[in-house]
Design a protein around this ligand. Structure first.
Ligand code: COA
Length: 260
């Protein structure tokens, strides 16, 4: 499908989704959110896609936030609907059975940080900047930031960022565990695609189940989470991919996974 604000490129088993609104630093309005959700579910349903990279168009921004122009005159009901849309996208990324990697190529502010932290891995360019500046606008993070940021960097660090609205650079994001790795801008997309390719080469059902156990298990009690892991582990023994993966190892050849 063609989108107005999202570019979709397939490079082998990797789908690259680019938010393409560089004149507004890729700010998230309703169209971008809905189109990104559409492009993500298309990639999730495409058997030829093993992993997804999410990035922003232009050299300056990943996403400079939710669109302040679109939000400025919203009523309470409209604000709730906007938050529902943003949360829907974050949940779709977190629940996508394929890995989603954020390649943060510049500003990731507000909804930009929230979009990145809904992804499985964040790779950042050296000039990337992260932050949750919403309190400076009289609101709070509304696309999952008050919850997902604390789970990633700890409650205290998340409060420091959310209550001040301060922006941090890529080196600090790496230090606190918000970014997984930092690269020169020119290398960022290739590094993200390379990571995506390595994930796509693994058993897709296994990667999907690992993501599910790790994301859903995080909010359960330890015993429930461990049970979830055991169920997923056992279920995978009923798949052709498990037979193929282990046979290939024993036969000293590369596995040919089918996602079955
Ligand atoms: N919503 C809507 N438009 C945005 C935007 C946002 N979150 N962030 C940037 N833009 C627009 C600007 O209004 C400007 O549009 P214009 O050329 O039509 O005036 C364009 O993007 C370029 O931004 P500009 O502010 O001129 O770039 P800059 O280099 O001077 O500053 C930022 C970059 C990121 C520091 C600055 O744009 C900014 O603070 N943005 C808002 C960040 C924010 O608060 N996000 C959270 C929202 S909840």
């Amino acid at each position: 499908m063609a989108y107005e604000t999202i570019l979709v490129e397939k490079d082998g088993p990797v789908a690259v989704l680019t938010i393409n609104r560089p004149d507004k630093l890729n700010a998230l309005n309703q169209t971008v959110l809905a189109e990104l959700l559409g492009a993500l579910s298309e990639a999730a349903c495409d058997d030829g896609v093993g992993a997804i990279v999410l990035t922003g168009a232009g050299a300056k921004a990943f996403v400079a936030g939710a669109d302040i122009g679109a939000m400025a005159k919203m009523t309470t009901a409209e604000g709730r609907a906007f938050a529902d849309l943003g949360h829907g996208l974050g949940d779709a990324i977190a629940n996508c059975p394929k890995p989603v990697i954020a390649a943060v190529n510049g500003f990731a502010l507000g909804g930009g940080t929230e979009l990145a932290i809904a992804c499985d891995v964040i790779y950042a360019a050296e000039h990337a900047k992260f932050g949750q500046p919403e309190v400076k606008l009289g609101v709070i993070p509304g696309f999952g930031g008050t919850q997902r940021l604390a789970r990633l960097v700890g409650l205290q660090k998340a409060k420091e960022l959310v209550f001040t609205g301060d922006t941090i650079d890529a080196a600090e994001a790496l230090r606190i565990g918000l970014a997984c790795a930092v690269f020169p801008a020119a290398a960022l997309l290739d590094k993200a695609k390379d990571l995506a390719r390595r994930m796509a080469a693994a058993g897709p059902l296994a990667v999907g189940q690992a993501k599910r156990a790790m994301n859903h298990g995080y909010d359960l009690t330890l015993s429930s989470a461990l049970e979830l892991e055991k169920q997923a582990f056992a279920m995978l023994f009923g798949t052709a991919d498990q037979k193929e993966g282990m046979s290939a190892f024993l036969e000293k050849r590369k596995p040919a996974f089918q996602g079955k």
